[in-house]
Design a binder for this molecule. Structure first.
Ligand code: GDP
Ligand code: MG
Length: 171
């Protein structure tokens, strides 16, 4: 018997250079390309997760650099059931901006599952945002919190998998 496939759209949001494209590439290719060009990627990428009998397919949308202007077209958000809001743990403004992206998401998508993702944990010695302050922010706003490194791969698959699980309602 064929396994049912759930196809779910998720989006990556966050300021330019926080590592959104590298996170998707790490998940899909298993590699890190430090010279990642922001605009070369397809608009969305497909990744299948297996949960026992069920296959959950994430359609992962990436920006093409337009987040620099702090504006993304409504179609980017349309139909998204989940989002990774990414910031760079070495860059305080990117965390402040994450709050703006969360508001944008709420304005444009209906009750999405939100994961707040602190990327670049391989640069722990340059951390600018304490884990405690992020934890309290995540708790106040009912967000899932993860920390990743697209460079080393730490927590990347785990994060997308946790998102897939949440948006699909599988437990
Ligand atoms: P985007 O603009 O959010 O899509 O960011 P990119 O994926 O293009 O990455 C921006 C820059 O951050 C690039 O120079 C990457 O090499 C670098 N980068 C991305 N992820 C990581 C990471 O986990 N660790 C480190 N040290 N650098 C990263
Ligand atoms: Mg990018």
């Amino acid at each position: 018997m064929d396994s049912p496939i759930l196809k779910l759209k998720v989006v990556l949001l966050g300021d330019s250079s926080v590592g959104k494209t590298c996170l998707i590439n790490r998940l899909i290719t298993g590699r890190f390309n430090p010279k990642e060009e922001t605009t070369i990627n397809a608009m969305h990428n497909i990744y299948d997760f297996n949960f026992q009998e069920k296959i959950v397919q994430l359609q992962i949308w990436d920006t093409a650099g337009e987040e620099k202007f702090h504006y993304l077209a409504p179609m980017y958000y349309h139909g998204a059931v989940g989002a990774l809001i990414v910031y760079d743990i070495t860059d305080e403004p990117s965390f402040e901006r994450a709050k703006f992206w969360i508001e944008e998401l709420h304005r444009n998508a209906t009750t999405p599952v939100i994961f707040l993702v602190g990327n670049k944990i391989d640069l722990e010695n340059q951390r600018k945002i304490s884990l405690e302050s992020i934890e309290s922010f995540a708790e106040e706003n009912s967000l899932f919190l993860m920390e990743t490194s697209a460079k080393t791969g730490e927590n990347v698959e785990i994060t997308f998998r946790a998102l897939a699980k949440q948006v699909s309602g599988l437990s």
